[in-house]
Design a protein around this ligand. Structure first.
Ligand code: UDX
Ligand code: UDX
Length: 457
């Protein structure tokens, strides 16, 4: 099948950058990204420095391709109908209610996508799972697609995205591997070939790995679980370092120089965040339990438990540093995004640390170079609503929070500063003089100043 038109449903952190790069690298294919949220589409069509996703290099890619063969549209029906290939890149959060609540992936958006595709398709389609999904979701999608469509053939592929936020464009340009899972039937293999041909425009063939659908679906969950496990491993050791006098950065270096282990993902921190790690591991744990593999489920659940432990430990370090009492004391949180170079704050450690400090009675000031006050407040509101707290209680807690557009105002008269994100600009602040009157707790080990309290040292 010759691909002339691609449609992607979901203009988020994955759909937006991925389609921008496909359009850039495949000028002969029209790529249209649609989204249920018209505001998002408007922003993708708007000013380059106000795109809904902040990623280094993204604006340049959008500038070159937008209007040429990259389009952002609200017309979901027409673009599904026109496309030969449809990517599903909607979010798949953890379920908050019903069976598997708090663990299983909420597939309602992906199912809505499949229903739309089924409703608006008038010709055969290759449908691609870009979102991270539990293994064997393709079966369910196929069922929905085929429910209402007679005489239309849908071929489902799994093509999980491995980009990391903050380096998305570089990761897309030079992927370690592109994974494509398809059925072993002739039509399945034709669909796989059609997608391989697209990536082959810029990814060396030996890096394009084809597997069956189930291996591909599970590989995404397993890759994220393995990455997160390294962070929890090093973070667990950071607690031991603090007791024994060992230094976690020295330990990471010594461990990582073994080529069988390697140096990546061994940076001790306040705990990992992001939209994927926690959600995907919980999903893996749920799958293991579903198949009766209790020991395997428990093993992976440990990764999440250590991450929660690390976030709590960090908040406690600040409280202990202030003599065990933070009642009405001003504490500044520097960094709200879950890592540097992104405006994404999903599951950021900053949300949980701030919650713990407000619970303990502190007044919190926040500064982040990319995340605005509205987002910071809404992240906390979502957490508090899930507890669940009443609107009145939430408003009381929000009164303990102030967000700032510059770090100087944020740290003014603060008794403690917690560094939650490793933004480069934080390294250049005048820590020598700030540390004279303020406790500094560095959750990213980016400062070398002797009076700073770090992780694992
Ligand atoms: C992605 C993946 O798809 C997810 O499975 C993975 O685990 C994390 O990354 P992401 O792009 O980060 O999700 O999510 P988000 O930025 O929230 O974007 C999803 C978009 O889909 C949103 O813009 C939302 O408006 C849109 N959407 C959602 C639809 O268009 N239709 C829906 O039914 C639901
Ligand atoms: C991750 C995977 O890396 C990516 O392949 C997948 O597609 C999506 O999930 P992402 O969450 O965007 O990407 O960022 P990542 O760089 O993996 O960082 C996740 C979290 O771990 C961040 O909070 C980061 O600060 C933290 N981290 C990372 C550490 O604390 N220590 C490390 O050594 C590495």
């Amino acid at each position: 099948m010759q691909i002339k038109n691609i449609c992607c449903i979901g203009a988020g952190y994955v759909g937006g950058p991925t389609m921008a790069v496909i359009a850039l690298k495949c000028p002969n294919i029209n790529v249209t990204v649609v989204d249920a949220n018209p505001e998002k589409i408007k922003a993708w069509n708007g000013l380059l420095d106000e795109l809904p996703v902040y990623e280094p290099g993204l604006a340049e890619v959008v500038k070159e391709a937008r209007g040429r063969n990259l389009f952002f549209s609200n017309d979901i029906a027409a673009n599904i109908e026109k496309a030969e290939m449809i990517f599903m890149a909607v979010n798949t959060p953890t379920k908050t209610e019903g069976e598997g609540a708090g663990m299983a992936a909420d597939l309602r958006y992906i199912e809505a996508c499949a229903r739309d595709i089924s409703k608006y398709s008038k010709s055969d389609k290759i449908v691609i799972e870009k979102s991270t999904l539990p293994v064997r979701t393709a079966e369910k999608i196929k069922e929905i697609l085929e429910e209402n469509s007679i005489d239309i053939h849908f071929e489902i592929l799994s093509n999980p995205e491995f980009l990391a936020e903050g380096t998305a464009i570089q990761d897309l340009f030079k992927s370690d591997r592109v994974l494509i899972g398809g059925d072993e039937t002739e039509s399945g293999q034709n669909a796989v070939k059609a997608l391989v041909d697209i990536y082959a425009n810029w990814i060396p063939k030996e890096k394009i790995l084809t597997t069956n659908v189930w291996s591909s679906e599970l590989a995404k969950l397993a890759s994220n679980a393995m990455l997160a496990k390294r962070i929890s491993s090093i973070n667990s050791l950071s607690a031991l370092c603090e007791k024994t006098g060992a230094n976690i950065d020295e330990l990471s270096k010594a461990i990582g120089m073994d080529h069988r282990i390697g140096p990546y993902f061994l940076k001790a921190s306040v705990g990992f965040g992001g939209s994927c790690f926690q959600k995907d591991i919980l999903n893996l744990v749920y799958l293991c339990k579903y198949y009766g593999l209790e020991e395997v489920a428990e093993y992976w659940h440990g990764v999440i438990k250590i991450n929660d432990y690390q976030k709590n430990r960090f908040a406690q370090k600040i409280i202990d540093g202030l003599g065990g009492d933070v009642e009405r004391k001003k504490i500044t949180i520097l960094g709200w995004s879950f890592k540097k170079d992104t405006n994404d704050s999903r599951e950021s450690a900053a949300i949980y640390v701030t919650h713990s400090l407000i619970e303990a009675g502190a007044q919190i000031a926040v500064y982040d170079p990319m995340v605005d006050a509205q987002k910071i407040k809404s992240d906390l509101k979502i957490l508090w609503e899930s507890k669940p707290l009443s609107e009145n209680e939430i408003q009381k807690k929000l009164a303990c929070l102030e967000c700032f557009d510059d770090y100087r105002s944020a740290i003014q008269e603060s008794q403690a500063i917690g560094i939650l994100t490793e933004w480069d600009e934080f390294k250049d602040y005048s820590w020598e003089s700030i540390s004279q009157n303020t406790l500094i707790v560095d959750g990213r080990n980016i400062l070398n100043h002797k009076s700073v309290i770090s992780i694992g040292k």
